[in-house]
Design a protein around this ligand. Structure first.
Ligand code: SER
Length: 326
């Protein structure tokens, strides 16, 4: 019989995904049963006041072990990572946090016999030699960024722990994630969040990618849905474990701007590509997620039009109330 997930730790809980994931987990499993952990950034009052919060350093194993013992943790969502753009500025830090962090979480799961862990991968696992359109699940993985290198190595390491040590570890390859609660930090797909805040606040945006660069994307509610659905899937039915393609939509900056203009006609965008353009150019245009659909029933709810309408409605309301924190 599958053991239950009862005492959960989220790493990277102050980050874009981790912050909303923590709140969703607290709703599902009870506030006191979900420990949020961060590195240095202070948590929001919502995160801090709704349940336990601790600072750890995932690349220091003892700090992970101390929390597992203190809170009797049986399940970990390992969301802490250095993303692609910051990773290119500081590849050594990226390796340390992403690789040593993942290794420490896996070793902790093995030694403490944890019930289940989630370690996400990314579209950054792909590279320029990968088929670019409708990228298959099982394909060439030769990324050119340090972030991508750590994601491919992380996928392989997780799969090793499944086969060699029977650790129940799962993960999907997130595309760019769009959300309004916590801003993303240091990624290449971050423009797709910033553009909404600027559209609402200033009616103009200077984009760091070219107008026609298409990338796979997903709205936060679908990101949380993918994460929960995969964590709740029957392990015995999974043929893959840590490398599921998942997607919801693909668009270029120009296509996103056109969709925003349907709501804010005066919105204008200028394009000034920087070093992140080369990163985006090495990633897929669109993703085939049929393996996730077959093995655990993945299906997204939000397309470009629905996501854009929702983002703008929330952000416009906040702006009108003077509560747009940007
Ligand atoms: N959103 C991430 C990044 O841009 C991709 O996983 O780095």
């Amino acid at each position: 019989m599958a053991r239950e997930m009862k005492r959960i730790m989220v790493t990277g809980a102050v980050g874009q995904i981790g912050s909303e994931l923590t709140m969703a987990l607290r709703k599902k499993y009870g506030n006191d049963n979900v420990l949020a952990t961060g590195h240095k950034t202070q948590p929001s009052p919502t995160l801090r006041d709704s349940g336990p919060f601790e600072f750890i350093n995932v690349s220091k194993r003892e700090t992970v072990d101390a929390m597992i013992k203190k809170y009797n943790i049986d399940t970990i969502y390992h969301m802490s990572a250095i993303l692609s753009a910051v990773g290119e500025k500081n590849p050594q830090l990226c390796w340390d946090v992403n690789m040593n962090g993942t290794y420490n979480i896996l070793e902790a799961a093995r030694e403490h016999n944890l019930v289940r862990i989630f370690v996400p991968s990314s579209i950054a696992a792909f590279g320029p030699e990968t088929p670019r359109v409708n990228t298959p699940n099982d394909t060439i993985l030769k990324p050119k960024t340090m972030y991508g290198v750590t994601k491919v190595a992380g996928e392989l390491l997780c799969d090793y722990y499944v086969r060699r040590f029977n650790v129940d570890v799962r993960g999907c390859r997130y595309p760019g994630i769009i959300s309004y609660e916590t801003l993303p930090g240091g990624g290449t797909t971050d423009y797709a969040v910033a553009i909404f805040f600027e559209a609402v606040k200033n009616k103009s945006y200077k984009c760091f990618l070219k107008e026609d660069t298409r990338l796979p994307m997903m709205y936060m509610p679908d990101c949380l849905k993918a994460t929960f659905d995969l964590m709740e899937a029957d392990f015995s039915k999974l043929k893959h474990h840590n490398d599921f393609n998942v997607t919801a939509m693909s668009f270029s900056a120009g296509e996103l701007a056109a969709e925003i203009k349907k709501h804010i006609p005066e919105f204008t965008v200028t394009y000034e590509p920087d070093f992140r353009q080369a990163i985006a150019d090495s990633w897929p245009d669109s993703i085939d997620d049929s393996v996730a659909r077959e093995e655990w029933g993945w299906a997204p709810d939000y397309d470009l039009a629905k996501m854009t309408a929702d983002m703008l409605s929330v952000l416009s309301k906040r702006h009108a109330e003077g509560k747009l924190n940007y």
